[in-house]
Design a protein around this ligand. Structure first.
Ligand SMILES: CC(C)(COP(=O)(O)OP(=O)(O)OC[C@H]1O[C@@H](n2cnc3c(N)ncnc32)[C@H](O)[C@@H]1OP(=O)(O)O)[C@@H](O)C(=O)NCCC(=O)NCCS
Length: 170
């Protein structure tokens, strides 16, 4: 079982996983078309062609991304794959240069145990503007926001810094 970036052939198994959990309200539904056209946002945990888990990393700005659609096949749950996926998602976020990553979830404990902090959704202005503004359930929403710092932002000030590098916390 290894974590890798998703490819077009993974869209169908990802869609089935998301559909499975969306039926119970654990995940927000996503159409097959949305998954296929945004396939580059997904990481999968796969054994050959078999997809056992998925996670999407969605860009909000140069600094901020959302982790969405974290799912592990029910047959594989409870064996550490969800934690592995989240670690892979954080590594990918770091590689892409994001400073912060958030999630809006019905399972905040899953994230809180892995260093995320709870956050009021009002603090996620970008999310409210993009998704909550058009969501029919926005008024009685039961989702919890969680956020974590991915990495310190590094900004070079070659003239001012003694070692050619100054760290600036975003
Ligand atoms: C959440 C989910 C991805 C976890 O996957 P998993 O492979 O079963 O998780 P792991 O075996 O890696 O467990 C990691 C930790 O999360 C905890 N955990 C697992 N599922 C959890 C859940 N639904 N809620 C809260 N905590 C959970 C485990 O107890 C474990 O804690 P520990 O490390 O302190 O022992 C999986 O249960 C799932 O697909 N759930 C349905 C979709 C969902 O709720 N996604 C998350 C919101 S986007």
């Amino acid at each position: 079982m290894r974590t890798r970036r998703a490819r077009a052939a993974d869209a169908e198994p990802i869609a089935r996983l998301v559909e499975f959990y969306a039926a119970s309200g654990a995940l927000l539904p996503r159409s097959r078309e949305e998954i296929l056209t945004g396939i580059e946002k997904f990481l999968v945990l796969a054994d050959g062609e078999r997809v056992a888990g998925c996670l999407a990393l969605e860009r909000y700005s140069a600094d901020l991304a959302e982790i969405r659609s974290v799912a592990v096949d029910p047959e594989w749950r409870g064996r550490g794959l969800g934690a592995r996926l989240l670690r892979a998602g954080m590594l990918e976020a770091r590689r892409r240069g994001y400073a912060r990553v958030f999630a809006v979830t019905r399972s905040p404990e899953f994230f809180l145990r892995r260093g995320f902090q709870a956050i009021g959704r009002h603090a996620l202005a970008e999310k409210i503007e993009r998704d909550c503004a058009v969501c029919p359930r926005a008024k009685d929403c039961s989702l919890t926001g969680v956020v974590t710092q991915v990495a310190e932002r590094r900004v070079n000030f070659p003239l001012a810094a003694t070692n050619n590098e100054t760290r600036v916390t975003a």
